[in-house]
Design a protein around this ligand. Structure first.
Ligand SMILES: [Zn+2]
Ligand SMILES: [Zn+2]
Length: 182
C-alpha cells in the first residue's frame, strides 16, 4: 500500500495505486472533484474560443485600421496636449483629433500629422470641422506653404494590414517618446 494525499480534502489515504480521481474516495470528495473537472473543461473551451476569435480578428483589415487610427489619434492628443483648439482657440472642454481634410475622402492624409490637430468637440462635430478657422490656425502653426501642400495632396492609396500594423507601432512609439519615456 502506498500513501497519497486527497486533492480535495487534503487528507492522507492509502491505496495500491494512485486512483484516477486522485481523491480519498469519499463521496463528497469525488463529487467536488467531478465539479472541478467540469469547470476546468468549460474554462478551457471558453479560452479556446476566445483565442480563435482573436486570431480571426487579427486577420481582419478593419481591426488593424482601428488600431492604427487609435494609435495615431493618441499621438496627436499627446503632441498637442498643451495647445488650444486649432480652430477657435478654446483651452477647456472635450477635445478630438480633428482632420483638416476629411480622412474618408482623402485616405492618403489619414495619418498625415499636419492634417490632424487637436480640436474642440464643438468645432469638430457641431461646426463640421470649422474649416475656415482651422485653415487660419494651420497657417499659424505650420506656415502657408505646408497648408497649400496639404491642400494639393490628392494621393490615392489603399492601405493593407501590414501598413496599418506599422502605423500602429510607429505612433505608439512616438507617443511614448513625446511623453518622455524611453
Ligand atoms: Zn478526500
Ligand atoms: Zn474649437
Amino acid at each position: 500500500m502506498k500513501k497519497f494525499v486527497c486533492q480535495i480534502c487534503k487528507r492522507k489515504y492509502e491505496a495500491q495505486y494512485r486512483p484516477i480521481h486522485r481523491t480519498c474516495g469519499a463521496l463528497e470528495c469525488l463529487e467536488k472533484k467531478a465539479m472541478k473537472e467540469v469547470e476546468k473543461q468549460r474554462k478551457k473551451e471558453a479560452s479556446k474560443k476566445r483565442k480563435e476569435k482573436q486570431r480571426f480578428k487579427e486577420q481582419d483589415r478593419s481591426f488593424w485600421k482601428k488600431k492604427a487610427i487609435a494609435a495615431f489619434n493618441a499621438y496627436i492628443r499627446e503632441r498637442d496636449k498643451y495647445l488650444p483648439c486649432i480652430s477657435c482657440g478654446v483651452t477647456y472642454g472635450q477635445f478630438h483629433a480633428g482632420h483638416y481634410r476629411p480622412a474618408g475622402r482623402n485616405e492618403g492624409l489619414r495619418f498625415n500629422t499636419y492634417n490632424v490637430n487637436k480640436q474642440c468637440a464643438q468645432c469638430n462635430n457641431v461646426k463640421s470641422g470649422n474649416l475656415t478657422e482651422y485653415r487660419i490656425g494651420l497657417i499659424k502653426k505650420y506656415g502657408l506653404e505646408k497648408v497649400e501642400e496639404l491642400e494639393a495632396n490628392n494621393e490615392i492609396v489603399k492601405f493593407d494590414i501590414d501598413y496599418y500594423k506599422r502605423i500602429a507601432q510607429i505612433f505608439k512609439r512616438k507617443t511614448e517618446i513625446t511623453r518622455g519615456f524611453k
